[in-house]
Design a protein. Structure first.
Length: 263
């Protein structure tokens, strides 16, 4: 009887310690994620990344990220590339103990994305190139089926559904001006599902590649109107369609769509 009581006390003590450990991990998980994003993100992308707040529940698996701002590479004039007010996610809590964390969904609602472009390329393309350089591997194509590296130390990730909706795309065309247009919704599925999982860098590349492609297409579709507006301003200042400067602006406008299609 005495041994049974001792055994029960030991079990109860272990349970209390386990619950306490889970509470400590749960309370510190938010800070760990925030520091990870702000520390390792800039090393991978070579741009400043700020994250205002992370709120994750270890027990329910739900979470929210607020105030994510991704800066621009050196040489670009617009203040930032991506700004996310808030994003929600849901993960499988049990997967936190496995080699691959399973995220059921990530929903990004109403982000603001800036595509700054000129003869040297776009800011989003440059960030993607930086990611490829620092993490290794190519494949800017959002639909690329290249398998990630074999599982090694550290957690891999699986995202069953990634949703981006209600985005505003701010276009900044060197020498032509700017405009804001809606960005079509993006839905990616099964990221890292059919293999050992994706590293954080690989997941970021897949998502950013999809955003860059959608932004480039939206920019190409809208660039004609932007260039036409710029041409009209020049014609108004210089006097009519037969003015050499006005004609040059018109020709430049026709080339703008091609600029984005080449990105």
């Amino acid at each position: 009887m005495r041994m049974r009581k001792i055994a029960v006390r030991i079990v109860l003590g272990l349970v209390v310690l386990l619950v306490a450990a889970l509470l400590v991990v749960g309370l510190s998980l938010d800070g760990i994620v925030k520091r990870g994003v702000e520390t390792f993100g800039p090393k991978l992308t070579k741009v400043d990344i700020k994250l205002h707040k992370v709120a994750l529940s270890l027990f329910s698996g739900s979470g929210q990220i607020d105030g994510l701002v991704v800066g621009n590479p050196e040489g670009f004039k617009t203040p930032q590339a991506i700004s996310v007010g808030s994003a929600s996610l849901a993960l499988s809590p049990g997967s936190l103990l496995s080699h691959k964390i399973v995220i059921k969904y990530i929903k990004v609602q109403g982000p603001e994305i800036t595509l700054e472009a000129g003869a040297g390329g776009s800011n989003l393309k440059k960030i993607l190139a930086n990611l490829n350089e620092t993490s290794g591997g190519g494949g800017n194509d959002a639909n690329a089926a290249a398998k990630p590296k074999e599982a090694g130390p550290g957690k891999k990730l699986e995202v069953d559904d990634f949703f981006l909706s209600g985005a505003k795309l701010h276009l900044s065309l060197t020498g032509l001006g700017s405009a804001t247009v809606p960005l079509p919704d993006i839905h990616l599925t099964g990221l890292g599902k059919e293999d050992a999982g994706l590293t954080g860098a690989e997941l970021t590349k897949r998502v950013l590649a999809a955003i860059e492609q959608a932004a480039a297409k939206a920019a190409a579709d809208s660039a004609g109107a932007i260039a036409k507006g710029a041409g009209n301003v020049v014609k108004g200042l210089t006097g009519g369609t037969n003015n050499p400067v006005g004609n040059a602006a018109g020709k430049l406008g026709k080339a703008v769509g091609g600029l984005f299609k080449k990105q």
